[in-house]
Design a protein around this ligand. Sequence first.
Ligand code: NCD
Length: 316
Amino acid sequence: MLQHRHLLGIEGLSKAEITTILDLAELYAKQNRSANKHSKVLSGMTQVNMFFEASTRTQASFEIAGKRLGADVMNMQMSASSITKGETLIDTAMTLNAMHPDLLVVRHPHSGAVALLAEKVNCAVLNAGDGRHEHPTQALLDALTIRRAKGRLHRLTIAICGDIAHSRVARSNLLLLGKMENRVRLIGPRSLMPSGIEQLGVEVTDDMAAGLAGADVVMMLRLQKERMDGGFIPSEREYYHRWGLDAAKLAHAKPDAIVMHPGPMNRGVEIDGVLADDINRSVIQEQVEMGVAVRMAVMDLLARGLRAKDDTGVMV
Ligand code: NCD
């Protein structure tokens, strides 16, 4: 069980809790490869997915995870909801709350919006990405993918490359990887590097060759054009030339370094399409696979907390 009612970010998780989630996810990964993928862990429970931002893999992944655990899963079409009629996020949440969901999965364009919502409802809230702040299940699925490929999740050199400034994936990852005692390097143009980020104990460079030297893991990020208001990069061509990952740049990393990307990818902008599809180097598809397993594990653990509350009347 987790010591938390919600999963809002990596920030509040201990090293032991991260390991508990990953160990359980490992079991679900195995179950997901078998013919019978169903369990009854969430049976009788209602899971509502509220996505205020476009999402393909994260939403599908949470939906499949909930269904495999036996929950009743509902996807709210937020673009078609009362929000467009002027209702506030909190009013929408309170309305839903009155229908007694058990798990609320929320993605929102504003940093902190999911935590705010969690204060207003009685169910367990899972952050599926809030603005530039956190995307905890992405960092957990990345961690599981790394642990499976490298056999451990400590003392690795991990390069996170690209649009760090706009990336909740980068933030959650550097928090998790730091907690687990890895060496994290951030690589990207200065204009896409948050100021003062060095204070989080990471190395920062704008030089791909230097940053990738000796890396065990190379994690590429999408250029988040929808969060930019112009002027961050000279041109996509220039960006690809300097920071796009291709076989030549990857040669600076360790010979067995793995290549990751949370998706969706801009092929030919931050990563070469052929490299992204190279099953000898790229674990991008495995990341998607581990996403379902990790979300099953997190929802299972949060549901155990909910059931304990049912038994004792108090939330642990
Ligand atoms: C990421 C996100 O939404 O933060 N995508 C994802 O969840 N797989 C990264 C991105 O959009 O680039």
